[in-house]
Design a protein around this ligand. Structure first.
Ligand code: FES
Length: 262
């Protein structure tokens, strides 16, 4: 973990209300695994006292990318106003990212969220390693999904929208039975509902809950300290409480326990 300054070198609009920052971070990019996070200092310490966790995707040894959207959080709203040349104060990498064992041949990436940076990082890494990748995204409508035009053509893309404006009409979880029979590893970022569905469908399709097969990024609470000191990010697992900032935020989903109210 290091404390450093990184520089915004590019800001692109990739779709309506979707921006991508490219950040020069030669000290961090080679060390950052998809799913690990950086703690970002935002604006001044009076309006944004706490650092915010951000999950950039490493794209090469020198650069990271970060997706941005309009956000009610004042710290992330401030980040959205950054332009090329601006410096960002960050600490990291923190936490544990997604694994990519050499044995993986077919990787499913799945999300019902817009915050898919860790999946894009995992996608790049897998494509580079010659792994076949399917990205399945779900949302309310087409404009809520990461634009297919921004993906490398080698990636299979599947979409589910509630209004039917792109792909299957319904939930991304409807696509899971077929996709899980193809994949030999899964990386997910999204809601508790998605993770529950992954647990249930994996048990049905594969007849057992395999370890080291289903991974999800789990952030149940705001991360306050990021280093295991405050215990605000405890996650219940079958082997006891774990801290999302140190033991996660990427967890083997077959080991997580979700309370009825989650
Ligand atoms: S954020 Fe403080 S222990 Fe995890």
């Amino acid at each position: 973990m290091i404390h450093t300054q990184v520089t915004v070198v590019k800001k692109e609009t990739i779709a309506p209300a979707w921006w991508r920052l490219t950040i020069a971070a030669p000290d961090l990019s080679p060390r950052l695994s998809p799913g690990q996070f950086l703690f970002l200092s935002c604006a001044d310490r009076f309006t944004c006292y706490l650092r915010r966790p951000i999950f950039p995707a490493p794209i090469d040894d020198e650069h990271l990318t970060l997706l941005l959207h309009p956000n009610p959080d004042p710290g992330l709203a401030w980040l959205l106003t950054r332009t090329p040349g601006d410096r960002l104060d960050v600490i990291g990498p923190l936490g544990t990212g997604f694994p990519l064992p050499d044995s993986i041949r077919n990787l499913l990436l799945v999300s019902d969220s817009r915050a898919i940076d860790p999946l894009l990082g995992q996608l790049s890494r897998a494509v580079e390693a010659g792994v076949a990748v399917t990205l399945a995204l779900g949302g309310s409508r087409a404009s809520a999904l990461y634009p297919v035009s921004a993906l490398p053509p080698v990636v299979e893309y599947q979409a589910a929208t509630l209004d039917g404006s792109l792909g299957h009409r319904g939930l991304v979880t409807d696509l899971l039975p077929n996709l899980l029979s193809w994949a030999d590893a899964v990386a997910a970022v999204g809601s508790t509902g998605l993770y529950r569905a992954l647990q249930a469908h994996a048990a049905q399709v594969r007849f057992r809950a395999e370890a080291n097969y289903l991974y999800g990024l789990c952030l149940p609470y705001p991360l306050a300290c990021g280093v295991g000191a405050c215990h605000s990010c405890a996650v219940e697992t079958k082997t006891g409480l774990r801290l999302a900032c140190v033991d996660g935020p990427v967890f083997d989903l077959t080991l997580l326990e979700f309370a009825d109210h989650d």
